[in-house]
Structure formats: structure tokens, C-alpha cells
Design a protein around this ligand. Structure first.
Ligand code: MN
Length: 292
């Protein structure tokens, strides 16, 4: 392995904030100020809900009805269950290990809450929500919804009981992931047992970062701790990962969308005019209806 990417930065989790009353998240980008807002394009936003305990309640915590336009929300649960409803009539529960890939595109209203039965018992919540930008030509496509269960991921088993790479999107060692995306996106969970070693290779121009979900690891020759985000330079292709204890690493790599963006609130468009239009359409009920 002599084509290793340089580690550009290892970012500790920024201070947490609440999204509604159900999601305590660390926003690594774009709001942390630690990275240029297009640095991880096509990934526009990453909210990381590090492990947190919620006490039991009969009033599920979460975030009420709100709109999105111009991108996709990809929600991955590691602990806890999240119920989801949107204005196209789709609903579902994101169970532990599952992912929900929602294409907001031209616009949806949705709400995201802790699942009712889970809320009654309470427990550990740990999740990631990514906003994946859409290229201009797909921003006004019809909304779509892909609920993907953990059993449906592509699975590459490491030799010697080293663990498994769950392929959500893209291809690892000829194993394909089930998610359909609009640009080229590699998204995997590397679930590694102590001592396992594994390599990844992505085209040099793909923006690439690893989020350490569980355990401590050595990446190339540097140690990276739980809840940290490792950002790679676009100077080579390969990354080497070694688990010094049982570990889970979210692997993200994607072909950048080389277009100007105008993000504002829940919308990610290309121009300020399109943002104004999104607010007009939202205020005029064009995102449909969803009961609170
Ligand atoms: Mn949302």
C-alpha cells in the first residue's frame, strides 16, 4: 500500500445541540466552521447523534413537521428506533442498524420521532443523519423513499473472523449495496473485530471521510478515537484501517457535485431565487399536508 491518502484532519465532535427534543447531535459539517461547506460534497450535512440515554416516556420525543427540498436525507440508526411519516403518505420505522434514504427532491414535509414502543422503555440512542445534495437537474424530481433494513445490505466478510463490511451504497470488493443514489456514493459500515485490518480504495477526486462510531482504530499510521471524524485529502486513493479493539466505522466517499449551492434552513438549492421559490411554494401548501 503505497498510494495512501493523507489524513487532512481528525475532528473531535463539535459541541452538541438538540434537534427538536429527540436528537442530540454534533454537526461536523457544514455548521461547525471546521470545514468548507462543500468540502465533503455530495454530502452537505452530517449530524452525528453520539450515544445518549433517553429515559422512558409515553410522549415520544422527536422533531415535528418540517419541509425539505433539493437533497436527500439519509438516516442510519446504530442504537434506538425512529419512526417517520411524510407528506407523500410514506411512513416507517428505522430499526437498529437500518437506514432510511429519503429523496426530498422537489419537496416533502416530514416528522421524525422516537418509535412509540421504544420510547415507553427508553434507552440508548445513537444515529447519523446525512444530507446528500442532489445535482441541479434532479432537485425538482418527484420525492422517493427507500427504507433499507440491515439484512438487505451487501455483506463482505473479512477473513479470520475479522468482521464484516456492510455495503449500504456503492460497491466494496464486488459486493453491491442496495441504495439507489443520483451521484456515485460509497457508504459502508465497517464492523471490525479487535485486530482486524482492512483497506479501502476510492477514486482520488471522491471526497472521503470516516466517522468512528465505536472503538478506537488506527487509520493509515494515525490513531483515531470514538466519535471523531477523519477527513482525507484528495491526494491519493487508499486508506488502511486497523481495529485496535472491536470497532464500527462509517465509511463515506462520493463524487463531488461541482455546482454552486445556496443552502438555507431546510432547503439546499443552487441559487437564492430557488430558495425564495422554495419558501413561496412551502407557504402556498405545495409541499402537501402532514398532520402534526
Ligand atoms: Mn428532516
Amino acid at each position: 500500500m503505497d498510494n495512501l491518502r493523507t489524513i487532512e484532519n481528525i475532528l473531535p465532535p463539535p459541541p452538541a445541540h438538540m434537534v427538536g427534543d429527540g436528537f442530540r447531535v454534533h454537526n461536523f459539517f457544514p455548521s461547525s466552521g471546521l470545514m468548507d461547506i462543500q468540502r465533503m460534497s455530495p454530502f452537505f450535512l452530517m449530524d452525528y447523534g453520539a450515544k445518549v440515554e433517553f429515559p422512558p416516556t409515553d410522549t415520544p420525543r422527536g422533531v415535528g413537521v418540517h419541509p425539505h427540498r433539493g437533497f436527500e436525507t439519509v438516516t442510519i440508526s446504530y442504537h434506538g428506533k425512529v419512526a417517520h411519516h411524510d407528506s407523500t403518505g410514506k411512513s416507517g420505522v428505522i430499526g437498529e442498524g437500518d437506514v432510511q434514504w429519503m429523496t426530498a427532491a422537489s419537496g416533502v414535509l416530514h416528522k421524525e420521532y422516537h418509535e412509540k414502543e421504544w420510547s415507553l422503555k427508553g434507552g440508548m440512542m445513537q444515529m447519523v443523519q446525512l444530507w446528500v445534495n442532489l445535482p441541479a437537474k434532479h432537485k425538482m424530481d418527484a420525492p422517493a423513499y427507500q427504507p433499507i433494513r440491515r439484512e438487505e445490505y451487501g455483506k463482505f466478510s473479512l477473513p479470520d473472523n475479522g468482521g464484516v463490511v456492510e455495503v449500504i451504497s456503492g460497491t466494496y470488493n464486488n459486493i453491491k449495496g442496495p441504495a439507489k443514489s443520483f451521484t456515485l456514493i460509497e457508504m459502508y459500515n465497517a464492523r471490525l473485530n479487535k485486530g482486524a485490518e482492512i483497506s479501502f480504495s476510492f477514486p482520488k477526486h471522491y471526497n472521503t471521510g470516516f466517522l468512528i462510531i465505536e472503538g478506537n482504530v488506527i487509520i493509515n499510521d494515525k490513531e483515531a478515537q470514538t466519535d471523531h471524524f477523519v477527513l482525507f485529502a484528495n491526494d491519493a486513493t487508499d486508506v488502511h484501517l486497523q481495529a485496535t479493539e472491536d470497532a464500527i466505522v462509517l465509511i463515506l466517499s462520493g463524487e463531488p457535485i461541482n455546482e454552486p449551492i445556496a443552502p438555507y434552513g431546510p432547503f439546499v438549492m443552487n441559487t437564492r431565487e430557488e430558495i425564495m421559490q422554495a419558501y413561496d411554494d412551502y407557504n402556498n401548501g405545495k409541499f402537501g399536508y402532514l398532520e402534526d
